[in-house]
Structure formats: structure tokens, C-alpha cells
Design a protein around this ligand. Structure first.
Ligand SMILES: C[S@@+](CC[C@H](N)C(=O)[O-])C[C@H]1O[C@@H](n2cnc3c(N)ncnc32)[C@H](O)[C@@H]1O
Length: 291
């Protein structure tokens, strides 16, 4: 490290100086608690979580020209909406891909005709941790395929996330090649078109799927899960893993309260271990039906 500081390149030198800033256990605790209070994300002290908070917040120190985690804490402790949003965005993990845990989309394709028969023309779905959008667009493509064989059927999707940065990307719906992982080329050509911006090529979702989705911010910690109508299908995948047991229970209660009886709740494969709710019947891997 000190050898690097001696470099004649002042930019590299400045960058590496940030690496030397220490995140004490006390400051780690403050950031972890703040994230828990804001988003329910549980980051108990461990070398892995220490590195996570340190590596992600050091970028914000650089951005704001600050020299210590203490200075950053003083700035965000009673921070405005923008600073809070930036903090949450830095500490959320947004990994996602098209057709992730693919059996859930086979299940959706099988059930949609039944839901249509039972509930009528307008099927309402909610993707509650939508990240950069690959999941809601996969749901929209799946529904679109079914709609093509059932004249009159309509499906709409609400896609939410706590993180405004990923939500913005999701609502634009344009992805570089490396972000298209998991999407078969036939689907890519049918539902996406190539666009170019600043010399970079993107695949942008066509209106046929883009217009099925409404994007909005929603914090799963919200005390009220109030929506105009009940949903017929809710996807809430790979986010409960970041919550503790008490928070998970509250979120499951909230999600179940806004499902129509007979509707489906779909969680991530690794999350269904100890989900118990009087009104949820387990059906298949991480899939529940509201009774
Ligand atoms: C690992 S991604 C999962 C994305 C997608 N559901 C999937 O399975 O591919 C987790 C997402 O949950 C979001 N998240 C974390 N805490 C949240 C909260 N309290 N309310 C809503 N979304 C939250 C994060 O911003 C992130 O985009």
C-alpha cells in the first residue's frame, strides 16, 4: 500500500488512500443498524459484512469528498431523502437475471389460464423486489405468451423495489449483452430491440412487455400494505434472505394480506424453509397458494 502511495500518478495515489481509512466496529454497528431500521436488511457483525459495508460505503466517501466514515455518518445520520436513498442503494444487493429459478415461470404459464377462468379478464401480479427489472420482464414475457393463446385475457404487473437506482434502470428496460444472461435468443428477438446510446449497444424491452408493467418504489418494511385491488400472483424472491425471522414473518403477513384467496405467492428457492402462515398452503418449491 505504501509503495502505491509513492507513485507519481496522483489519481491512483488518491484512490489508494481511501483503502487505508478504517471502519471501526462501532461505526460498522451504526451503519448496520441504520440499514436495518430503514430497509430491514440484517447485517450482523462478521468479516464478510464488515468488508461489504466498508467496500460499498468507501465509494460514497469518494463521491462526497469525505475523509472518514465518521464524517459520512454525521452527514447521513439525519440525512435528507436523497442521501438516505443513496445509502440504501449502496447497501442493497441487486443480483438478478432473466428466467432465474426458471420452474417458477413454467408454473406461472400453467396457472395463468386457470386464474383467468377464475378471476376474469384482468390478472394482477406484483413483483415485490424487482431489482434492475429482469424478473418483471420475465413475468411479462411469460404472461404475454399465454395471452396470445387466450383472446381477451389481460395481465398487468406492478414492479417495486426499495432501491430507486435499480428501479430507474428497470423502468427504462435497456440492458447490455452481459445483463441479458438467461434470456433465450428467440425471446430476446421477440421482446427486445437493439438501441445504441453513447456508442454502447443495449437491448431495450419492446412496448408489448414494457407497457404491461408499472414501476414504483415500495419498502417491504412498510407498516401498511395497501393496494387498490388484491393481487392474483405475487413474486417476492431472493430478498427475504436479507431479513431476520421477525421481519420475514411481518413481510409474509403483509404479502399474504394483499393476495386474493386462490392466488399464489412465489418466494426464492432458498427462502421457503420455515415459512408458515395459517392462510398459505405450500404447493411446490417456494410456491404457496392463499386459502
Ligand atoms: C438479490 S435482489 C433479488 C431480485 C429478484 N427478485 C430476483 O430474485 O432475481 C434483492 C432485491 O431486494 C431489494 N430490497 C432489499 N430490501 C428491500 C426492502 N426492504 N423493500 C423492498 N425491496 C428491498 C433490493 O434492492 C434488491 O433489488
Amino acid at each position: 500500500m505504501s509503495a502505491l502511495k509513492k507513485t507519481t500518478d496522483s489519481t491512483v495515489s488518491a484512490l489508494y488512500e481511501f483503502e487505508d481509512i478504517q471502519l471501526t466496529e462501532k461505526m460498522f454497528g451504526k451503519f448496520a443498524k441504520h440499514m436495518y431500521d430503514l430497509a430491514g436488511v440484517d447485517l450482523p457483525f462478521s468479516p464478510k459484512n464488515h468488508a461489504l459495508i466498508r467496500n460499498r460505503i468507501v465509494k460514497l466517501l469518494r463521491r462526497h469528498g469525505l475523509k472518514s466514515y465518521e464524517e459520512y455518518w454525521a452527514m447521513i445520520e439525519h440525512g435528507n431523502h436523497e442521501l438516505t436513498s443513496e445509502f440504501i442503494s449502496a447497501l442493497t444487493t441487486n443480483m438478478t437475471s432473466f428466467y432465474r429459478e426458471g420452474n417458477h415461470f413454467d408454473f406461472l404459464a400453467q396457472q395463468l389460464p386457470e386464474l383467468y377462468k377464475k378471476f376474469g379478464a384482468d390478472i394482477r401480479m406484483w413483483c415485490a423486489a424487482a431489482s434492475t427489472g429482469q424478473e418483471p420482464y420475465t413475468i411479462a414475457m411469460t404472461a404475454n405468451e399465454v395471452m396470445q393463446s387466450i383472446p381477451g385475457m389481460k395481465a398487468r404487473l406492478l414492479a417495486t423495489d426499495i432501491d430507486l437506482q435499480v428501479l430507474k434502470k428497470a423502468s427504462i428496460g435497456a440492458y447490455e449483452d452481459r445483463e441479458m444472461q438467461g434470456l433465450p435468443s428467440a425471446q430476446r428477438l421477440k421482446y427486445f430491440e437493439k438501441v445504441k446510446k453513447n456508442d454502447t449497444e443495449f437491448w431495450r424491452a419492446k412496448d408489448s412487455i414494457h407497457d404491461m408493467i408499472r414501476f414504483a418504489q415500495f419498502n417491504l418494511m412498510s407498516p401498511k400494505y395497501e393496494f387498490q385491488h388484491k393481487f392474483h400472483v405475487i413474486f417476492c424472491r431472493n430478498v427475504l434472505i436479507y431479513f431476520d425471522e421477525e421481519t420475514t414473518k411481518k413481510v409474509i403477513d403483509g404479502l399474504t394480506s394483499c393476495l386474493a384467496p386462490g392466488g399464489y405467492l412465489i418466494l426464492g428457492h432458498s427462502e421457503s424453509g420455515n415459512i408458515k402462515h395459517a392462510n398459505l398452503k405450500p404447493l411446490s418449491r417456494a410456491v404457496y397458494q392463499k386459502t
